[in-house]
Design a protein around this ligand. Structure first.
Ligand code: NAP
Length: 317
């Protein structure tokens, strides 16, 4: 039986792995379908402390992985499909079966995409992105497009005004979903041009394969036209990777894991902790995920120290 199984190898999972490994718990880290998590799709990370020149997202995650390995973390490539947290021994089922005393769920979230032509082709470095905080500074002096009408889209549009010469905010309806304060700020901002009832249909490339424009349709008249821009920021919500838990842990209506404790990482189940974007729809930053991974690991370590007897009893029963 493992002391601790960590699900996920994004910033949250790998930071939890570093802490658990340094505490001599020999954690088993299960990599899942996107090793390294969301940062591996970002070309350059400029806001992770400690890298004054910025760092390639893939390299950062590789460094975290090496750091965890150096202290004894073990890695397994598997996708967990179901869990049983009903007893003291936590059971997980993927291609293999696993048993653990504690589990840290750090499975992240994936940005919701539009599924339109050009989106995948220009994703990551060619104009299409899902993170203004990560990529906004690359669009200094250019026109960009943000898609969505919620708090994320308005926040991203406002953030992008620091760099872009003009921000087109495309929303499919004629009223923003965002909170009034955010909506008012976006509507009033001189650099933000809200394109109401506008649906993106295709991201168009120049002859270098870089974004040059987006073709949109007017939701009311059906007419199409092009908006020229170099950046296409999709902010239509995220999908937390929690469905595999099958309701074993408490979630909110959107599927984000909910903590019942001031630490923010305890679940309602003893010995099971959460960290990172699967439990955070507000900050969603690499550094906040890393912080949660650290907290989850320390809580797991403390819980194990206090409950050693529980597993000795289980082993002899
Ligand atoms: P959201 O509130 O679900 O908004 C998603 C937006 O994307 C909606 O305006 C929606 O349009 C639009 N959309 C969805 N699918 C679309 C599609 N296929 N094509 C075009 N548009 C599409 O998501 P969010 O903005 O990421 O916010 C999620 C949660 O986090 C919210 O509770 C929000 O308040 C919170 N949040 C808080 C902060 C903050 O407090 N600073 C910042 C960010 C997020 P419709 O309006 O027509 O449905």
């Amino acid at each position: 039986m493992e002391n601790v199984i960590i699900l996920g190898t994004g910033c949250a999972g790998l930071t939890a792995a570093i802490y658990a490994a340094r505490a001599n718990l020999e954690p088993l880290v299960i990599e899942g379908s996107q090793p390294g998590g969301q940062l591996t799709t970002t070309s350059e990370v400029e806001n992770f402390p400690g890298f004054p020149e910025g760092i390639d997202g893939f390299l950062l995650m590789d460094n975290l992985r090496k750091q965890a390995k150096r202290f004894g973390a073990r890695f397994e490539s598997d996708v967990i499909e179901s869990v049983d947290f009903s007893g003291p021994v936590k059971k997980l089922k993927g291609a293999k079966n696993y048993e653990a005393k504690t589990v840290i769920v750090a499975t992240g979230a994936r940005p919701r995409l539009l599924d339109i032509p050009g989106e995948k082709e220009m994703y990551g470095g060619k104009g299409v992105t899902t993170c203004a905080t990560c990529d906004g500074a690359f669009y200094r002096g250019m026109d960009v497009v943000v898609v969505g009408g919620g708090d994320s889209a308005t926040e991203e549009a406002l953030f992008l005004t620091r760099f872009a010469s003009k921000v087109y905010l495309l929303h499919r309806r004629d009223e923003l979903r965002a909170s009034k304060i955010m909506a008012d700020r976006a509507i009033e901002h001189e650099k933000i041009d809200i394109q109401w009832s506008t649906i993106p249909e295709e991201v168009l490339a120049d002859d270098q394969g870089m974004m040059r424009a987006v073709r949109v349709q007017d939701a009311k008249t059906g007419q199409t036209r092009e908006i020229e821009a170099k950046g296409f920021f999709i902010a239509i919500g995220h999908i937390p990777n929690t469905a595999f838990l099958g309701g074993a842990l408490k979630t909110d209506d959107e599927g984000y894991l909910v903590s019942d404790h001031e630490s923010g990482v305890h679940t309602g189940i003893e010995g099971v902790y959460v960290a990172g974007d699967c439990a955070d729809h507000v900050y969603r930053q690499a550094i906040t995920a890393a912080g949660m991974g650290c907290r989850a690991s320390i809580e797991a370590e403390r819980w194990l120290a206090e409950h050693e007897g529980l597993f000795a009893a289980t082993a002899t029963a």
